[in-house]
Design a protein around this ligand. Structure first.
Ligand SMILES: *[C@@H]1O[C@H](CO)[C@@H](O)[C@H](O)[C@H]1NC(C)=O
Ligand SMILES: *[C@@H]1O[C@H](CO)[C@@H](O)[C@H](O)[C@H]1NC(C)=O
Ligand SMILES: *[C@@H]1O[C@H](CO)[C@@H](O)[C@H](O)[C@H]1NC(C)=O
Length: 243
């Protein structure tokens, strides 16, 4: 029994994988490839919301990020640990411009996400607007109506005589229309002042977010690229696409 299961593990580690049967695959030569990607890729992503060990996809709802750090010592230092991002799989994508040919491998698209919520343990230290802040606790920030721009570059490589795609670069930019910030205990031990800071933060939330946004964009782009590349390294190109 044990020998058999070890062997089975070994075989699954070696064999190339296919996508689950309920995932709609697009045809590379379809003149409407772009439209097919727009319609079906997020549908597939939602099916993987809980993660997929076999394909190397981490849990996506919520997406877990260990740490995000930003800021410079002269102004405001922010550290977020145990970040949980909710809502990224509710995105829709549009305006795909893709070509997965060997010479010209790329995929650009826009995305729209109704809302994404970020819960984390935070530490913030420094000056913010009129306040001197040195707080830590839980935060629960929500971004609404997020417009995103994605740009992937890719290349091909051979593995066990099969062609695979590898993402070599992913730029992900996004902009929320509205941001609601909720940091508990931001002025340690002073509930009333904490509440006042919270109000002021939210009156200026888009400006405050503009400092944080680029760091989140970078982390998200890298998490996304890692997940896609884990799938691509397991699933050969001719299993990702119909001819
Ligand atoms: C994709 O790129 C290749 C190589 O540059 C080109 O021959 C082909 O026509 C392109 N396909 C589409 C659908 O644009
Ligand atoms: C964060 O806020 C949302 C609503 O904005 C709420 O549903 C959720 O329970 C909050 N999470 C925590 C941990 O407080
Ligand atoms: C690699 O694949 C090609 C085409 O599919 C085939 O002709 C060739 O025999 C394969 N080589 C090996 C070592 O399996």
């Amino acid at each position: 029994m044990r020998v058999v299961s070890v062997l089975a593990l070994f075989l699954t580690a070696v064999a190339a994988k296919s996508l689950p049967a309920d995932i709609v695959r697009c045809s590379r030569s379809d003149p409407n490839l772009n439209r097919c990607l727009d319609v079906h890729v997020m549908e597939a992503v939602r099916k993987f919301a809980g993660g997929n060990k076999d394909l190397g996809i981490s849990q996506l709802e919520p997406l877990l990020i260990d740490k995000i750090q930003l800021g410079d010592p002269d102004t405001l230092q922010q550290e977020y640990n145990n970040v949980q991002l909710y809502g990224i799989t509710s995105a829709t994508i549009l305006n795909s411009r893709a070509n997965f040919s060997d010479e010209n491998c790329h995929w650009d698209y826009e995305s729209v996400t109704p809302s994404t919520r970020m819960e984390a343990d935070y530490k913030v230290k420094g000056r913010l607007l009129l306040f001197h802040i040195d707080g830590q606790g839980k935060c629960n920030n929500t971004l609404y109506d997020i417009q995103g721009q994605n740009s992937f570059k890719c290349e091909k490589f051979k593995k066990k005589n099969k062609t695979h795609i590898r993402i070599t670069d992913h730029v992900f930019k996004f902009k929320p229309k509205r941001v609601v910030l909720d940091y508990d205990n931001i002025i340690a031990g002073n509930k009333q002042l904490s509440e006042e800071v919270r109000k002021t933060l939210n009156e200026n939330s888009l400006a405050i977010y503009s400092d944080f946004g680029p760091a989140l964009e970078k982390v998200m782009a890298s998490v996304w690229m890692q997940n896609v590349n884990r799938v691509f390294s397991r699933v050969p190109e001719d299993e990702l696409f119909l001819p």
